[in-house]
Design a protein around this ligand. Structure first.
Ligand SMILES: *Cc1c(COP(=O)(O)O)cnc(C)c1O
Length: 444
């Protein structure tokens, strides 16, 4: 009860406080640095210490004015479910460890397949985020293509294996490159397809594809929000025998909104999809989903057995993910989807996109250059030369009203605005625009 009361109080005051903690609050964290206590302490006192010292030093990601990276908040149902699930202490490794949590995860995966318009029969795993989801999907791809080439990669490894070609767009997300490195496919051993000014792969520049090729498409560029032109690429690539993977970390969720679904046309023709639930779906950290057209390929890449491991007829979660033991994060995923419903999620997508457009219009009306086509929830704005833009970002972050990060987009220094939280209101956008204008004035 004390924890719930403290958490509630934290969430109530979050709108009044700085988004990035003050230097004093960060300094005060030093109180936590101490030798390991010899004696036990009262749990209530531990919580009191944590709340008193650490809460003020948190980044207000749960408020409505955090626009850095691509960060969602946590929907009330998802937050509450996570408290309950923490009390349950379920190990999500096997069905026999938690029939309830395993079923909730199955249901959530089915609903996600439905929302994203994925083909019937897909299966997958609930992991920590899109990085690991990319890793899982690419492991399934590696298995499937090498199996077809007569090679058992899980047992024989990659030594002397037939070569695979990996094709990515010029603006591929770094997490996908990291996943390729972890899989022995090489961070640099990729064919990069040239992109246009929004970061979209140029379909006319695709190399030849065959049944030894993994083609990686992107739904939602982390800077511009742009989508690769999947329509026309996916089906043709799969017909050639290639495996088509989609990194749709946040952007693929646009498929759940009737207003934005057209942007995701063609992606359902792929072989695998990685999405994040802790971004646009606003499930608490950490939660991502790997979906695969042929779940058997993912299972083959992740499976294990031992005499003490009891598997069931149904889906055993750890047969589809890198982890064995893990927390039941599917519970929070289920709760978010159950509470939003199809309409609620579509409204969340539409609302955050509206906010992004308002940001862009307001900043453009003051003469600042918007560098991207604001197709979904991402805005890139330049305030002038690189040094000036960086100074504005710095001043804005020090001001504390909101938090936006910087980037370099195709040679242009810019500030990134990502509107991904269910909490953000029009008032939050107006306050943040005013803070940005204030930051500009303070530099001039
Ligand atoms: C955020 C993101 C990732 C990585 O997701 P994590 O949840 O941080 O692991 C991958 N790809 C894209 C396009 C992203 O936006």
């Amino acid at each position: 009860m004390d924890a719930a009361a403290r958490a509630t109080a934290y969430l109530h005051q979050i709108r009044q406080r700085r988004v990035f903690p003050s230097d004093d609050a960060i300094q005060a964290l030093e109180q936590l640095v101490e030798p390991l206590p010899e004696a036990p302490s009262d749990p209530q006192a531990v919580l009191e210490l944590l709340d008193r010292v650490a809460s003020p030093a948190t980044v207000a990601n749960a408020g409505g004015r955090y626009f850095g990276f691509v960060n969602g908040g946590t929907l009330p149902a998802s937050l509450a479910a996570s408290w309950l699930a923490a009390a349950w202490a379920q190990n999500m490794g096997l069905r026999v460890l938690s029939p309830a949590a395993a079923l909730l995860e199955d249901i959530a995966l089915d609903w996600i397949g439905d929302l994203l318009h994925l083909p019937e029969g897909c299966g997958g795993g609930v992991v920590t985020g899109a990085t690991v989801a990319n890793f899982c999907c690419l492991a399934a791809a590696r298995h499937a293509l090498l199996e077809k080439a007569g090679w058992d990669v899980e047992n024989a490894g990659l030594f002397h294996a037939p070569e695979l070609k990996v094709v990515v767009g010029g603006e591929v997300h770094i997490s996908l490159i990291k996943a390729l490195g972890m899989l022995g496919l090489g961070r640099q051993r990729v064919h990069r397809v040239p992109v246009d000014g929004q970061g979209r792969m140029k379909a006319s520049e695709l190399p030849s594809l065959d049944d030894r090729t993994i083609l990686c498409l992107q739904a939602g560029n982390v800077n511009t929000g742009a989508f690769d032109p999947a329509d026309g690429i996916c089906d043709k690539a799969r017909a050639s025998g290639a495996w088509v993977h989609v990194d749709g970390a946040f952007g693929l969720w646009a498929a759940a909104s009737p207003r934005y679904r057209h942007l995701t046309e063609g992606f359902s023709g792929a072989s695998s999809w990685a999405v994040d639930a802790h971004k646009w779906l606003n499930v608490g950290y950490d939660c991502g989903i790997a979906m695969v057209r042929d779940p058997g390929a993912l299972r083959a890449a992740m499976t294990f057995s031992a005499p003490y491991v009891v598997t069931s007829e149904k889906r055993d979660p750890s047969q589809y993910t890198p982890e064995m033991s893990r927390r039941a994060r599917g519970v929070e995923l289920w709760a978010a989807l159950r509470s939003l419903g199809r309409q609620g999620f579509a409204e969340l997508i539409d609302r955050t996109c509206d906010h992004a457009r308002h940001f862009a219009e307001a900043l453009a009306s003051h003469g600042f250059r918007i560098l991207n086509d604001v197709v979904i929830n991402q805005v890139l704005v330049s305030f002038g030369d690189p040094a000036f833009t960086r100074a504005v970002i710095d001043a804005l972050q020090r001001d504390g009203t909101c938090w936006c990060g910087g980037t370099v987009w195709q040679g242009h220094t810019a500030m990134r605005i990502s509107v991904s939280s269910w909490v953000t209101s029009s008032e939050d956008v107006d306050k943040s625009v005013a803070a940005i204008l204030r930051a500009v004035k303070s530099i001039r």
